[in-house]
Design a protein around this ligand. Structure first.
Ligand code: ADP
Length: 576
């Protein structure tokens, strides 16, 4: 039987709930035996001993009490199991989300969002059956038969031996079928994940697909994947039904063996009626939990298949975290030094940066320029600690950046990416992300500095306007300005700014540049620059090419060299 140790270890803080399940399981078993004893006593009293209702009243009442207790205990056991499952699901979702945020955007870039969200939602949900059905049933399938055996052996050892010999048959058959079921379940889970990822991809790219007239082709692909999923689901169901049939058959034959053995001995007067009835009533109860384990097993298997992927994400090592305090930064920011920093993606297979040495001086702006793929974003990710250098060090006021707690460090950085992520919330909530404690006045002030206040107040719902998924109801320039407002609100000493490349309305662009210049004042700025106007003002310019620093200096110095920088200006100049 597949009994994943790691899933069991996950129980952690939920152990008391598991203990309750064990206690309820034991009490259930005792009630089952008590109920059978009271029933056989009543029936033999009525049919063989001609007892009256009054003399049978105690055993009748006992039977009723055991029956009520049994229902109550089953309900309690069920609700403990559900509580346990809910607790674990909640914890797993929190762990995965926390780990994903530690892994950072560079990990997620290499994954398919649809697949990850399928794991987080459906994957964790499918563990519900493992914890609420399979695991408690596993405990019951051990506890109930053992307790029954304890009472059957003294009553009739021969039937006890038959119980003992036939009980393992069910788990053995289950194991045989289980291997096949496990393989099929894994396959089904993979297909479901592939389908989710593909759906999301197609939905997000629908405009592009329509534009190129390719949306019809997607119908074919989606129907193909859905068909694969249907086939694999049917295969899983086939095995599940087949195994249920086999298990029922084995259990029924075992009960029949007991019935024949008892019947024959009753016929020859080798066993008294009350005892025989007691064992006969107990026989189905003895096999019932093992049989139900078969059903729980298939439900739990789906969870085990999903768990593999969940653990794969959780096991992915996150950049090392240390609890050292962040060095105190002055109002104008910090001195940040890169010393021979190298980084490669995909476990070292795709080098992105090689031996980068540079210094960001407090209160100055350092511009990074270079063609796409030169490594500019990678430098900003290293500074944000989404990545750690493979080689070399990054020092902040002389402290190694890897030794500083990432959360404390990030609290000191404002980041304005090229395509800022906007949530399907109101404008105020989106700006507030930078400082959840900010009041309306501070939010409006940040929006004013980002040249956005007038636009927001012109909307019918003002700051409460909901901006759609990924800010779909805003233009690119407006989204950028919301990101700038966030940065103003955060008021951090260090700023990483990725300049927008999109061509904009000259008036909007002028407003955007004015806001950016205001934001860059008196901070340590790393600017990923694409425009002549902004790059020219930088205190220091670093020209990257193929992951290396090709040139560095200020605008005048680099112009004189007439090298890569001059070439870059030729391109950027036309954009201005
Ligand atoms: P830039 O910002 O200058 O355009 P990047 O820092 O994004 O450049 O990329 C530098 C190099 O690293 C490129 O060759 C790019 O293909 C590669 N790269 C960037 N992100 C990833 C990633 N998540 N996985 C693999 N390679 C990546």
């Amino acid at each position: 039987m597949q009994f994943d140790r790691r899933l069991f270890r996950m129980l952690g803080a939920a152990r008391p709930a598991l203990l309750m399940i064990i206690i309820f399981g034991l009490l259930i078993a005792i009630c089952i035996v008590g109920q059978a004893a009271a029933l056989s006593k009543t029936i033999s009293g009525v049919f063989l001993k001609d007892q009256t209702l009054v003399s049978l009243l105690p055993s009748l009442v006992l039977f009723a009490v055991f029956s009520i207790l049994l229902s109550l205990l089953r309900w309690l056991e069920n609700s403990s199991a559900n509580k346990l499952a809910t607790h674990i699901k909640l914890k797993l979702r929190r762990d995965i989300a926390a780990h994903l945020s530690k892994l950072g955007p560079s990990y997620l870039k290499n994954e398919r969002s649809g697949e990850i969200s399928n794991t987080l939602v459906n994957g964790v949900d499918s563990l519900d059956a493992y914890y609420s059905q399979f695991l408690p049933q596993l405990l019951l399938s051990v506890l109930v038969p053992v307790v029954i055996l304890v009472f059957v052996f003294p009553a009739d050892w021969l039937s006890g031996i038959i119980f003992l010999l036939t009980a393992p048959l069910i788990p053995v058959f289950m194991k045989l079928i289980g291997a096949l079921a496990e393989h099929l379940n894994r396959k089904q889970w993979k297909t479901l994940s592939r389908m989710s990822a593909h759906f999301l991809d197609v939905l997000q790219g629908l405009t592009t697909l329509k534009l190129f007239g390719r949306s019809k082709n997607q119908i074919k692909t989606i129907s193909q994947i859905s068909n694969d999923f249907r086939t694999s689901t049917m295969k899983v169901l086939k095995v599940a039904f087949l195994s249920a049939l086999v298990l029922e058959l084995v259990a029924t034959i075992s009960i029949a063996v007991i019935a024949v053995e008892i019947g024959l001995r009753l016929l020859y007067g080798a066993i008294e009626f009350e005892k025989a009835l007691f064992i006969l009533v107990l026989a189905p109860e003895f096999y019932a939990p093992i049989r139900q384990l078969g059903a729980g097993y298939h439900a739990g298997m789906e969870g085990v298949a999903a768990a593999q992927r969940i653990f794969e994400i959780l096991d992915r090592p996150a950049p090392a975290v240390s609890s050292e305090e962040s060095p105190a930064l002055s109002g104008a920011g910090a001195s940040i030094r890169f010393i021979d920093v190298s980084y490669a993606y995909q476990d070292g297979e795709r080098p992105a940066l090689r031996d980068i040495s540079m210094e960001l001086q407090p209160g100055t702006t350092t511009a990074l320029v270079g063609p796409s793929g030169a490594g500019k974003t990678t430098i900003s990710y290293l500074l944000l600690r989404f990545l750690n250098p493979d080689k070399g060090r990054i020092l902040v006021q002389g402290h190694d950046l890897t030794a500083i707690d990432p959360d404390i460090w990030r609290a000191q950085i404002a980041w304005v990416p090229q395509n800022p992520y906007l949530f399907h919330r109101s404008i105020a909530e989106n700006i507030c992300l930078a400082n959840p404690a900010a009041d309306d006045r501070q939010i409006a002030e940040a929006a004013r500095q980002a040249n956005l206040h007038e636009f927001i107040t012109s909307l019918p719902e003002g700051y409460e306007t909901v901006i759609g998924e990924r800010g779909s109801r805003l233009s690119g320039g407006q989204a950028q300005r919301i990101a700038l407002a966030r940065a103003f609100l955060k008021d951090a000493p260090i700023l990483i700014l990725d300049e927008p490349t999109a061509n904009m309305d000259p008036q909007i662009e002028a407003q955007l540049i004015a806001s950016m210049n205001l934001l860059m004042e008196k901070r340590t700025v790393l600017l990923i620059a694409h425009r002549l106007n902004t790059v020219r003002r930088a205190d220091r310019i670093i020209v990257l090419s193929g992951g290396r620093i090709a040139e560095s200096g200020n605008h005048q110095e680099l112009l004189k060299k007439n090298g890569l920088y001059a070439e870059f200006l030729g391109v950027a100049g036309t954009a201005v």
